[in-house]
Ligand binder design. Structure first.
Ligand code: NOJ
Length: 598
């Protein structure tokens, strides 16, 4: 595959991406109706650009009764009037593209809203078979009983009786979200039409919601069926055939050996979320032990070269604990959700900062990990300023409150009457919007926001993070997580102290004897690696990225600076005459800049 390496041009852009996930309603309300809109989001693109993210994943923005935050779509071809209109969307897309940003939208293909016209015509008593067959019906709710119930706090069965035609319809999520019938070729055709509509408009990627559940087969748990994977391959072939540089991302909350099915042989989805890794990062931090992370990544089979994991810490859903053992789930509830109100279904409805008790170093470690492990990091809006949550709101709304821009009314999110907001802003004293907001943090260079910006900017200098291999080191001290990321001649050593106490560690770096580890933020060279164990002392909750350089690198402090002298016979302004200016720009400045630790 041709790969120029240029982010906007390369088909593999998703490997170098830093994805920012948001719902348009949460971001910025331009028309003052209390709900974020596309005009508002477009205005905030400068913010996203300055944060350093280069792909935006938009949660569903289509017409919908909004009983599942838009994952209940009633029309796939329009924009929900709350958020603006098609012109606003296209304008947003164009502006994002101007900035070199990719736009990923949702394809909710497993189910529709019960308000969708397909369901309305299918449920009629005298509906012809061709309409009825868009969904999965049964006279009795006794098929596919081996399928688990996903929203177990809300539903007691995957079947619901439709009062209109007195038959039962199949649904893996809420009972207002009937599952489409993928055995019907007409359904598949409709899905391809939807894809064409949005791809032609120019969206760069689609997150495929709930893909493990497309087909149903008796005697199975109705997840990850070969029929579902085959359909995704057809979908991929279609996208490849008609469009360039697009990406499809599977939302498959599955164990690694099942999740990799969604990559096919590099001919199904380009990306898939790594669900089992996410809770294990939290576990490792709390246990102060690297085992959970290494264990799950060692259980993760290799994936085709053109594929990529999507990594995340938090998202718009609960911190799901489906992909852990019962013991691990008990542990996670005990340490991260003592308050039972924070639990929902099989998970925890909390944001990053409250989960980590607003501990700055812990938040840094988690983000650092996210940006260091193999895959493409996905950041959830608001976590870059350590926003709080409100689990007293219903369902998962507590992690979907308005973005906090400033200390102004409604956190600077909207000019509306505060009672009109789609959800209340956070006023928990610890995370109050008057303190936790973008404006405050932009003005304070030591804020979490600036930390996130700096780390993102630094990560972008190295291709190894998005594309490289990973090799774990196994020092005796289990509290230290250390690994190498390698891509072509780039070698990065990542060292993280998961403990709240200082630690010493001996790393076996003997294959790199003679190399110098240079810490990337300070550019400080550390002692040259030798055959014997490399000893490091680490303060509590510290983390490092080192580039391993073949040559011996002198410390910037130790270097005797030779200051270049420029002489001018008359006025100093003459120094900027064209000839000398070129010299300054091409020879003197770069050398000077390179020697600066910043
Ligand atoms: C997964 C989405 O992330 C979640 O928010 C939604 O409720 C279900 N799929 C159903 O669409």
């Amino acid at each position: 595959m041709f790969d120029s390496g240029d982010f906007s041009e390369t088909p593999l852009w998703y490997k170098d991406a830093i994805i920012y996930e948001l719902h348009v309603k949460t971001f910025f309300d331009k028309n003052g109706d209390g709900i974020g809109d596309f005009k508002g989001l477009t205005e905030k693109l400068d913010y996203l650009e300055s944060l350093g993210v280069n792909a935006i994943w938009l949660l569903p923005f289509f017409p919908s009764p909004l009983k599942d935050d838009g994952y209940d779509i009633s029309d796939y071809y329009d924009i929900h009037p709350h958020y603006g209109n098609m012109r606003d969307f296209k304008n947003f897309l164009r502006e994002a593209h101007h900035r070199g940003m990719k736009v990923i939208i949702e394809l909710v293909l497993n189910h529709t809203s019960d308000q969708h016209k397909w369901f309305q015509r299918a449920r009629k008593k005298d509906a012809p078979k061709k309409w009825r067959d868009f969904y999965v019906w049964s006279d009795k709710p006794d098929n596919y009983l081996d399928a688990r119930i996903i929203f177990q706090d809300f539903e007691t069965s995957n079947w619901t009786r439709d009062p209109e035609n007195e038959k039962f319809f199949w649904h893996r999520f809420y009972s207002h979200q009937p599952d489409l019938n993928y055995d019907n070729p007409e359904v598949q055709k409709e899905i391809f039409k939807i894809i064409d509509f949005w791809m032609k408009m120019g969206v760069d990627g689609m997150r495929l919601d709930a893909v493990p559940y497309l087909f149903e087969r008796e005697g199975t748990n109705c997840e990850n069926l070969p029929e579902s994977i085959d359909f995704l391959k057809k979908l991929r072939a279609h996208v490849d055939r008609y469009y360039q540089n697009r990406m499809i991302l599977a939302e498959a909350n599955q164990w690694p050996e099942d999740a990799i099915l969604y990559f096919g042989n590099g001919d199904a989805c380009h990306m898939a979320f790594h669900f089992p890794l996410m809770p294990r990062m939290f576990m490792a931090l709390r246990m102060e032990d690297r085992f959970p992370i290494i264990d799950i990544l060692e259980q993760t089979p290799p994936i085709p070269d053109n594929c990529q994991w999507a990594l995340f810490l938090r998202n718009h859903d609960e911190l799901t604990l489906e992909m852990v053992t019962d013991e691990e789930r008990d542990y996670m509830y005990r340490v991260y959700a003592r308050d039972k109100a924070a639990r929902i279904n099989l998970g925890i409805r909390r944001r990053l900062a409250p989960l980590l008790e607003n501990h700055r170093r812990k938040m840094e470690i988690m983000k650092f990990l996210l940006l260091s492990l193999p895959g493409t990091p996905t950041l959830y809006y608001g976590d870059e300023i350590a926003m709080g949550d409100n689990h007293f709101l219903g369902d998962r709304d507590g992690v979907r409150t308005p973005m906090q821009w400033s200390a102004d009314r409604n956190a600077g999110f909207s000019r509306a009457n505060p009672q009109k907001l789609y959800l209340p802003v956070t006023i928990d004293p610890e995370y109050h919007y008057e303190t936790v907001n973008v404006e405050n943090q932009e003005q304070n260079q030591t804020s979490f926001l600036w930390w996130v910006k700096r780390v993102i900017a630094m990560r972008k200098n190295f291709k190894a993070f998005g594309r490289g291999t990973i090799e774990f080191l196994h020092p005796d001290n289990p509290k230290i997580l250390a690994f190498l990321r390698k891509y072509q001649d780039e070698i990065i050593l990542v060292v993280i102290n998961l403990s709240r106490f200082s630690q010493v560690v001996e790393l076996d770096l003997s294959p790199y004897a003679g190399y110098t580890p240079v810490e990337v933020f300070s550019k400080n060279p550390f002692p040259v690696i030798q055959e014997k164990p490399y000893i490091m002392t680490l303060g509590f909750h510290t983390y490092f990225w080192f580039v391993l350089k073949k040559e011996v690198v002198a410390s910037p402090e130790k270097k005797v600076r030779e200051i270049s002298l420029l002489k001018s016979k008359s006025d100093w302004i003459e120094l900027f005459s064209s000839q000398l200016k070129t010299k300054i720009e091409s020879m003197i400045l770069p050398q000077f800049l390179m020697e600066q630790r910043w």
